[in-house]
Ligand binder design. Structure first.
Ligand SMILES: [Zn+2]
Ligand SMILES: [Zn+2]
Ligand SMILES: [Zn+2]
Ligand SMILES: [Zn+2]
Length: 511
């Protein structure tokens, strides 16, 4: 019998349609397929494994410190182009390949595609999506308080993406979604990463946060049966009122003047006011005073203009009619563009004869510093300059970094528009773009803050996403080499006080 999830998204493209993007599907379909494939050993998957381990070994020929040898050594460290190391050149030895076949798991690649119909990304269709507003799985018990704020600048965090990733073997995670929020301010991310190794587990001060929500099939928010594929139905209950400006967080305060618009924070009220709410607010007030004339009402309108209204607390659980049916809306024009996230297996792309001269958008990220250094050494070598031991140490590190980058690039080049890599298994590891800035699993990846159990890698966001988010290429713009998400291995529910457990993000910044 087909699993619930295969019937959940009948509008999704046919899975397994081969490489080149023909087989892309919704994430919910991927879980089913990856679980089926886990039991069978696929040679294609093993091939993918070998190329991930196929980091080109940098020349380790720097033992001889004699000046004559040094020139030769630096020349040996010349960085190979993606063409030279791509494809078969990065295959590791046969024996290693066989060993890895045992524990290899399927990697799902996430791709963005335009949202064709708004209902496809509404919460009762359990979407995976990028940008716009989050589709909260639990629409009532949202993250709150400090959880929604950047720990550095105190502004509300911005929704980056969510991935629907249910666990078939856990009835309490029949529905399961991971959410990534980030402060769009690059200075905050830099601060966050600067302190990343020193974060106190109990009081994290982060500019990026990951939330996990899960529900059993029988729950008070969604029907036991799959939603209609025509988008005609609504969720079985309303969610809490959301902030009118960001559409992400609880709108637990209302504008005191018009009493209609809701905000998560004073900051968003002010932004909305400046963006034009002042006009709307006055109209509402004018209409009110026309129907119920009150002394001094005209003066009130004026004072609102000056003060951007007061905020007054409202009932947190009052449904927000504007956000029905399950589709959040936001007044802000600063949200990232919205996409659906679809998935395909990585091995569909491995066999293809890819054009490696086109590594995809923004692929130059992260390599610049090592490359500059190597270019500089190449120039000095040609000029006949001598190199000290520390010079060589530096050039070797830069060379290894560059080789690592080239091999990362070669693997990504098979499907250059991928924005996300997903693999939830005991052995899953991120594909690091850089050698520098990787966490030590034993000390840097904090245990689950709810059950105390270990966390494991589950997904990573690639820098290509910045291109689709139309992030500007300026020094102050948001940038990352990769965002990795580590989640509770047990995907626990105990100890999760509201609808959302917090998980752990490690960001490798572009050098
Ligand atoms: Zn911030
Ligand atoms: Zn807001
Ligand atoms: Zn107002
Ligand atoms: Zn846990």
């Amino acid at each position: 019998m087909a699993h619930f999830l295969s019937r959940l998204f009948p509008h999704s493209p046919t899975p397994g349609g081969g490489g080149g993007g023909g087989g892309r599907q919704l994430f919910s379909e991927f879980w089913k397929m990856s679980r089926n494939n886990e039991s069978s050993s696929s040679s294609n998957v093993a091939a993918a494994a070998s190329s991930s381990a196929g980091i080109v070994k940098g020349s380790s020929v720097l033992e001889d410190e004699g000046a004559g040898g040094l020139v030769q050594d630096v020349a040996d460290l010349r960085v190979k182009s993606p063409e030279e190391v791509g494809g078969q050149d990065i295959v590791v030895e046969e024996e290693e390949e066989e060993e890895e076949e045992e524990d290899e798991t399927l990697v799902g690649l996430g791709f963005v595609q335009p949202v064709e119909q708004a209902w496809k990304v509404s919460r009762h269709h359990f979407p995976s999506k990028v940008g716009g507003t989050p589709a909260w799985l639990d629409p009532i018990n949202l993250p709150y308080g400090k959880q929604v704020l950047c720990g550095i600048c105190d502004n509300p965090l911005q929704f980056l993406l969510q991935v629907y990733a249910p666990l078939e073997d856990q009835p309490e995670a029949f529905h399961r979604t991971l959410y990534v929020f980030i402060c769009p301010n690059m200075a905050c991310l830099q601060q966050d990463q600067h302190h990343q190794r020193k974060q106190p587990a109990e009081k994290p001060c982060r500019s990026i946060r990951v939330f996990r929500s899960q529900l059993p099939r029988n729950n008070s928010f969604y029907s036991y049966s799959p939603p209609n594929p025509d988008g005609q139905d609504s969720p079985s209950c309303d969610g809490v009122a959301l902030c009118t400006w960001c559409g992400a967080w609880k709108g637990h305060k209302a504008c005191a003047a018009c009493k209609q618009t809701r905000y998560c924070s004073r900051n968003h009220q002010i932004e909305h006011w400046r963006a034009g709410h002042s006009g709307f607010c006055r109209q509402v007030q004018a209409a009110k005073s026309a129907s119920h004339p009150e002394p001094g009402s005209t003066k009130d309108v004026e004072s609102v203009k000056v003060e951007a209204g007061e905020l007054m607390p409202e009932d947190l659980h009052e449904p927000h009619k504007k956000n029905l049916p399950g589709i959040a809306c936001a007044a802000s024009d600063k949200l990232w563009p919205e996409f659906e996230l679809v998935v395909d297996e990585e091995y569909n792309y491995e066999a293809e004869d890819n054009d490696r001269s086109n590594p995809g958008p923004q692929m130059e990220v992260g390599q610049s510093r090592a490359k500059q250094l190597l270019d500089e050494y190449e120039r000095r070598r040609k000029a006949g300059e001598e190199f000290s031991a520390s010079d060589l140490q530096e050039v070797q590190e830069a060379s290894q970094e560059q080789q690592h980058w080239v091999s990362f690039q070669a693997r990504i080049a098979c499907a250059p528009e991928q924005v996300l890599r997903y693999c939830r298994s005991q052995d899953a590891k991120p594909l690091w773009p850089l050698l520098e800035g990787q966490p030590k699993k034993s000390t840097d990846i904090q245990p689950c803050s709810h059950c105390g159990g270990p966390r494991n890698f589950e997904l990573q966001v690639l820098p290509q996403l910045l291109y689709f988010l139309r992030v500007k290429n300026e020094p102050s713009s948001l940038d990352w080499a990769t965002i990795t998400v580590f989640s509770c291995t047990a995907s626990c529910t105990s100890g999760v006080s509201n609808g959302y457990a917090e998980e752990f993000a490690w960001v490798q910044l572009a050098a």
